[in-house]
Write a protein of this length. Structure first.
Length: 308
């Protein structure tokens, strides 16, 4: 019974080393008597027990490796602490097994050294504004160096760029000064715009007033001209009617009679409204004669009285 159990275990051991199932996400590197034989792709495979063995197993999926924070010096001598992530994939299982001892650790160290080199080419402000180009440069350099390792570096992403406390304090002051500058510029532009709008309003107001005064004078001139024209036409029509009436029989006598009536009416108005005595010229001469005679009579009377 014991010998049968040993036999069964031996058979299972032979089958375990004879049959190999490679998962879909992996490749296996097979060595025969310590020498590389083949890279097995996913699927079912047979091995020679005690001669073939699985030396390495590699994950063919994209792998994400964390790059620890490290101190870097920028082009303007600013100390920064930078960390990131590197994405890679095993393309050749043989080179990944025999080309380097540990491709993961090598990729991380290469990413750190390349990152220090690339950041040293940029100033502090450029490290923040040109992060995409910095990632592309690091990927290009790492991929070039890692080609003999049988891996493909797909991309690199910088997670954090942290300046020292003094640099952060200086940047905060600089940003505050920049915000104050922009605020002053904005206020100055607003004041300038307000003054321009005010002057434009005053200018437009003056133009409107002048246009209104101009139009007023034009209207008054047109009204005066129309009034003069109407009066002139009325006088012309009146003169025409008078001339036509004079041309008729008895027209002159009627005109003389009309003038005499107007003269009498006007003299009456003047006598009633004037503060002094107003009489026609002939009556004024007659009145002066009587006043002179009265003065002469008074003079003669005074002389006679003196003699008595």
């Amino acid at each position: 019974m014991f010998e049968f159990t040993i036999f069964i275990l031996f058979v299972f051991f032979i089958l375990y080393n004879l049959l190999l199932i490679v998962p879909m996400r992996e490749v296996h590197v097979i060595e025969r008597l310590g020498k590389f034989r083949v890279v097995l792709q996913p699927g079912f495979h047979f091995l020679i027990p005690f001669f073939d063995r699985v030396a390495y197993r590699h994950d063919t999926r994209e792998q994400v490796l964390d790059v620890p924070p490290q101190s870097c010096i920028s082009k303007d001598n600013t100390q920064l602490e930078v960390d990131g992530l590197v994405y890679l994939k095993v393309m050749d299982g043989k080179l990944a097994s025999y080309g380097i001892e540990d491709y993961r650790r090598a990729a991380v160290n290469l990413a750190q050294t390349t990152m220090r080199s690339e950041i040293g080419k940029l100033s502090l402000s450029q490290t923040f504004s040109e992060r995409d180009s910095l990632n592309e440069s690091i990927v290009r350099e790492i991929d070039k160096a890692s080609d003999p390792w049988g891996i493909k570096v797909l991309r690199y992403e910088i997670k954090n760029i942290t300046p020292s406390y003094k640099v952060i304090h200086t940047l905060e002051k600089q940003m505050e000064a920049e915000r104050s500058k922009r605020a002053e510029i904005t206020l100055a532009n607003a004041e300038k715009a307000a003054m321009i709008n005010l002057s434009e309003g005053e200018r437009q107001e003056a133009i409107n007033l002048s246009e209104g005064e101009k139009q007023k004078r034009i209207n008054e001139a047109k009204g005066t001209a129309q009034e003069i024209a109407i009066v002139a036409r009325a006088k012309a029509e009146a003169m025409t009617l008078v001339s036509e009436a004079l041309a008729l029989e008895g027209g002159n006598e009627a005109m003389n009679m009309q003038l005499k009536e107007q003269f009498i009416n006007q003299v009456g108005k003047i006598l009633n409204e004037a503060d002094i005595s107003v009489v026609p010229a002939e009556m004024a001469k007659l009145e002066g004669f009587f006043e002179g005679m009265e003065q002469v009579t008074q003079s003669v009377g005074q002389v006679k009285g003196g003699r008595a």
